[in-house]
Ligand binder design. Structure first.
Ligand SMILES: Nc1nc2c(ncn2[C@@H]2O[C@H](COP(=O)(O)OP(=O)(O)OP(=O)(O)O)[C@@H](O)[C@H]2O)c(=O)[nH]1
Ligand SMILES: [Mg+2]
Length: 433
């Protein structure tokens, strides 16, 4: 019945089947252990209600205890091979997946100024209808008073998104065209094309709470090549969640030398109520981050504000307070920053791969964030993305091409949307790590 090759991971010399209908007179666990050490695989079958599963489990090899109600079942088992079926135990893994994209929530608030461009008044009580699309639900607004030719009125309304709409699939603009029953354009909108704002879609992020109750805040680290735009990306994320540009949160500099020189924690809770920390790091160059340094940062051993060094300073690590609070700083998700030109430098490719390996060894699945994509024609982006994924040996769906705010004077939905998608995925990665 028990064939050798059906016993996973073992090549036993002997198999012992213990059948018991009661409690043992003497403790059999020591002799059972000796037998198991000498490569005997032990199966225990308890029959009837007087047996103790606990005792049998101490005797049997792992997972090889079976309980049966009576000897008839035992006989049936031997003839029908049903015991073999029972051995196939299942491992159930449950992952808490959030159903909705963090950024989508109910309504897009609009304020539109409409002008009657026809030659007849539009009477009070007329309906202004917004037809639904694959992203927005149908909605309507009633004119409170008549609108004479050339007259304008300002309407405030909320356009609800459909429940399945996701920030990832929303188009960048809402466009309008108003026609009357005769398909004539009688009303014109001051802004017939309105850029969306991620701020309106961030409710899911504001409501986020780590599913593990022992995690006070989810820690996301930004690590990567010096001058690749890590600190700029922190400002981009702050902007994406705010009504206006927020470019002064993190200190940003030129491409020469290190700008960020300390391990720096940005507690998003202080601004957006969500328990997420972004950890900014000093950049990776050809020689730094020696030895254990990066893995100690990932483990949370180093304090907020820790000054740039090439190696860990172990005397500082002796501090008991740091060890006891490491759990609060332990990193849950890793963003590895590389400029799009990374593939031209074998040396830096190797350094990045070394550190991807360190993160992977801690069972963190690093996401690669590619910056400076504005320095390469858009049409080449897919090719670069594929190349970078292959070169760094990460799946393409974990490579993100982003723009940072550099010279922009106002918010851009496209920049914000990319940043929030990265943040959303980082939170998902952090949740399962
Ligand atoms: N063209 C372009 N410039 C960028 C981009 N991202 C950042 N920059 C510029 O690159 C310079 C370095 O940006 P930082 O955000 O300070 O880079 P960092 O990775 O934090 O640098 P260190 O802290 O020194 O490691 C700044 O002048 C940014 O304005 C980008 O995507 N495109
Ligand atoms: Mg920096």
């Amino acid at each position: 019945m028990f064939l050798r090759d059906q016993i996973p991971g073992r090549n036993p010399n002997k198999i012992l089947i213990v059948i018991s209908d009661g409690l043992p007179d003497n403790d059999p666990s020591q002799i059972a252990q000796d037998l198991r050490f000498s490569n005997v695989v032990i199966f225990c079958i308890g029959v009837g209600s007087n047996v103790s599963r606990n005792t049998l489990e101490k005797v049997s090899s792992f997972g090889n205890t079976f309980l049966l109600d009576n000897f008839d079942q035992l006989l049936a088992a031997f003839t029908s091979r049903s015991l073999e079926d029972e051995r196939k135990y299942e491992v159930v893994v449950s992952v808490n997946l959030r159903q909705n994209d963090l950024s989508v929530n109910g309504k897009i608030p609009l304020k539109l100024t409409l002008t009657n461009i026809g030659n007849k008044p539009v009477p009070a009580g007329s309906e202004i209808r917004f037809d639904g699309t694959e992203h927005y639900q149908k909605t309507r607004k009633v004119l409170q008073s008549a609108l004479g030719p050339d007259e304008s009125v300002t309407l405030k309304l909320d356009i609800p998104t459909i429940p399945k709409a996701s920030l990832r699939t929303l188009p960048n603009f809402i466009e309008f065209e108003f026609r009357d029953e005769n398909q004539k354009k009688t009303i014109q909108c001051d802004e017939p094309r309105i850029e969306l704002s991620t701020e309106n879609f961030a409710k899911g992020f504001h409501d986020y709470c780590p599913s593990d109750p022992t995690v006070e805040s989810l820690n996301i680290i930004l690590f990567g090549i010096t001058g690749s735009g890590k600190s700029s990306f922190i400002n981009t994320i702050f902007t994406a969640l705010s009504p206006a540009l927020e470019l002064g949160r993190a200190n940003v500099g030129g491409t020469e030398g290190h700008v960020t020189k300390n391990l720096t924690r940005f507690r998003m809770r202080e601004f957006f109520n969500s328990p997420v920390n972004l950890w900014d790091t000093w950049g990776l160059d050809e020689n730094n981050y020696q030895g254990e340094l990066f893995s100690q940062i990932l483990a949370g051993t180093l304090p907020n504000g820790y000054e740039m060094r090439d190696k860990v300073n172990f005397t500082q690590l002796g501090d008991k307070n740091l060890t006891s609070t490491a759990h609060d700083r332990e990193i849950h998700a890793v963003l590895i920053f590389v400029p799009i030109s990374i593939i031209d430098s074998q040396n830096m490719v190797n350094r990045i791969k070394e550190n991807i390996r360190i993160a992977s060894n801690r069972e963190l699945n690093p996401m690669v964030v590619v910056t400076f994509i504005d320095t390469v024609p858009k049409t080449d982006h897919p090719e670069f993305k594929k190349n970078i994924a292959q070169t760094l040996n990460v799946p393409e769906n974990r490579v993100y091409m982003v723009n940072n705010y550099i010279n922009e004077q106002e918010k851009s939905f496209i920049i914000d949307k990319q940043a929030l998608i990265v943040l959303d995925d980082a939170i998902r990665m952090g949740e399962v790590s």
